[in-house]
Design a protein around this ligand. Structure first.
Ligand SMILES: NC(=O)c1ccc[n+]([C@@H]2O[C@H](COP(=O)([O-])OP(=O)(O)OC[C@H]3O[C@@H](n4cnc5c(N)ncnc54)[C@H](O)[C@@H]3O)[C@@H](O)[C@H]2O)c1
Length: 327
């Protein structure tokens, strides 16, 4: 892997972006973060040490130009994440996720940035029951969020074809791990369950809880990003980034209960519109073309995540925590 380059991480104050930024710093690259802190946190940037912060909006061409000038590559993570948020407010999701990406691509082209690695989403596949999802399968988005992530993917591919700006899109499947934000009604399920469990409250489960996801620990996603930036000959491509296994929401609740050493109460509420029933990735393409290999599986990832949340959000009174979560 290269040393001493300058990389921009859009959304670097967020969950995935700050973990990518940390990995880049660790190997000696220079990091510039563009973030407007709409969902990201200042403490995520502060813990990174020596990084350049450009506080600004992805939709502001001047801020984006400042951020990408002189950069070797851009890890584009900034977006309004969450299916339910997009169902509540489709215009904002479109504005940030689609227009914001277009502003970024135009600035990268003008600044001769070599490559943009774009954070796409498994949601683009929609609710087609065929599993596992392969990149050649037609996309059938069923939420405004999924439409926005797919539209930005198409912009990335179009810029690669039309202008020679190298772009690679990574379809992440439910990422989890340290620094994921539990404190919003649009939080992802694992941090949300952990927060409720640590507060001694019932876990709110949408539907029967048997819906499943290819939950992917953050280290695997960071690895996928670094490989997507470095690997020659993959511009314009789309890759699934996941583990290739799936786990239900009930299994998540049980893993957290095992870790905390007590069964957790579940409260079932109606399913959410726009949510897909199951996700599972075929990761063969990323394995073959990027050399991607998931190194942290679900059980190990759950244990590390539980440890982080207990240390961060406290559970000194939790009795009999066990060292391992159920696989
Ligand atoms: N977390 C997942 O499971 C998952 C799954 C699939 C895809 N993704 C994608 O990965 C990326 C990162 O997700 P995350 O989980 O780290 O989310 P996050 O909310 O923690 O991070 C997003 C970051 O983008 C910043 N941001 C939002 N709008 C902005 C704007 N207009 N200008 C500048 N910065 C802005 C936020 O402040 C935040 O720091 C997103 O593009 C998301 O769509 C995430």
């Amino acid at each position: 892997m290269s040393q001493g380059k300058t990389y921009v991480v859009t959304g670097g104050a967020g969950f995935i972006g700050s973990n990518i930024a940390e990995a880049l710093r660790r190997r000696g690259d220079r990091v510039r973060i563009l973030d407007n802190f709409s969902t990201g946190r200042r403490e995520n940037v502060e813990t990174l040490g020596d990084v350049e912060l450009i506080e600004g909006d992805l939709r502001d061409p001047q801020a984006v130009r400042r951020a990408v000038t002189g950069a070797d590559g851009v890890f584009h993570q900034a977006a309004l994440r969450s299916v339910p948020r997009s169902v509540d407010d489709p215009l904002s999701s479109n504005d940030v996720n689609v227009t914001g990406t277009l502003v970024l691509l135009m600035a990268c082209r003008a600044a001769n940035v070599r490559r943009v690695v774009y954070a796409s989403s498994s949601s683009v596949y929609g609710d087609d029951p065929a599993l596992p999802k392969v990149e050649t399968q037609a996309a059938h988005p069923i939420s405004p969020y999924a439409v926005s992530k797919l539209a930005a993917e198409h912009y990335c591919q179009t810029f690669a074809r039309l202008y020679g700006l190298e772009t690679v899109s990574l379809r992440y499947f439910n990422v989890f791990g340290p620094r994921q934000n539990p404190e919003s009604k649009y939080s992802a399920v694992i941090p949300r369950f952990l927060e409720l469990a640590l507060q001694g409250r019932a876990l709110e489960v949408h539907g029967d809880g048997e819906q499943s996801r290819d939950f992917t620990y953050i280290d695997n996603v960071v690895q996928g990003n670094l490989r997507a930036m470095e690997t020659p000959g993959v511009s314009g491509e789309v890759f699934n980034v996941a583990c290739g296994t799936r786990h239900s929401l009930i299994a998540i609740a049980e893993a957290i209960g095992d870790f905390l050493g007590r069964p957790l109460v579940r409260e079932h509420v109606p399913s959410r519109p726009g949510d897909v029933r199951h996700t599972l990735a075929d990761i063969t393409k990323a394995e073959q073309l990027l050399g991607y290999r998931p190194t942290v599986g679900f059980a190990d990832g759950m244990r590390r995540t539980c440890e982080y949340f207990v240390a961060r959000f406290g559970a000194a009174s939790e009795p009999g925590r066990r060292a391992a979560a159920r696989p």
